[in-house]
Design a protein around this ligand. Sequence first.
Ligand SMILES: Nc1ncnc2c1ncn2[C@@H]1O[C@H](COP(=O)(O)OP(=O)(O)OP(=O)(O)O)[C@@H](O)[C@H]1O
Length: 239
Amino acid sequence: MEPDAVVCRGVTVQRGRRLALNDVDADVARGSITGLLGPSGCGKSTLMRAVVGSQKNVRGTVTVLGEPAGTAALRSRVGYVTQSASVYRDLTVRENVTYFARLTGATGDVAEALAAVDLGEVAHQRVKDLSGGQVRRVSIASALVGRPELLILDEPTVGLDPVLRADLWRRFRRLADDGTTLLVSSHVLDEADHCDSLILLREGTLLATTTAAEMRSRTGQTSLDAAFLDLITGTEATP
Ligand SMILES: Nc1ncnc2c1ncn2[C@@H]1O[C@H](COP(=O)(O)OP(=O)(O)OP(=O)(O)O)[C@@H](O)[C@H]1O
């Protein structure tokens, strides 16, 4: 069996006065969708940054595709889409994705990346004339064009309507089916149903590594929000 795409051991990050992550152990299996879930401020973005290698003051070890996180060799193998879209508003959709392809030295196909997130028909439009959901997808296409083995998406569905959200998750599933490993964060617990496995964080600590089905069976709840609350209560009840 191939080793996991991401292996985090004892990951601890101090940000200002706060311990943003406290001794977190978590793994991301290859070719699957792992959800990184928890309330706002629990440390999701910090953990993603530790995996990408852009977070300062990381203690513990983070191994990505067999290499220490952040090493130069990983640059073309890992795609990272931050919460705020990092695209050029005055360029067209195609120009943006082409630019990122050149920047990463990617041999990937621009048309293929645009098609993967259904942007083919607006490829000629300037980003400033697009909807928020479309801009989000330009960011994703810009990361996809490098054909990363690991794609890290920080809250990609936030602010999107339910139809667009469902559509994006279908596209993420297709990418995973084609062999890409996805680590996707969300503070919406219901999105857990789209993930193969889950890393649940709370106030910088690992609450559980689990699945949506296991969350329901452990708590007897059908709603994942309620199951998460039960897990928090259970944790607090443990001395
Ligand atoms: N630049 C910073 N300096 C100091 N503390 C920070 C900084 N950025 C974030 N933090 C703190 O680190 C903790 C974790 O933040 P992080 O952004 O990782 O959480 P998150 O789960 O991604 O939140 P959200 O869902 O709101 O994006 C929070 O308590 C936050 O206040």
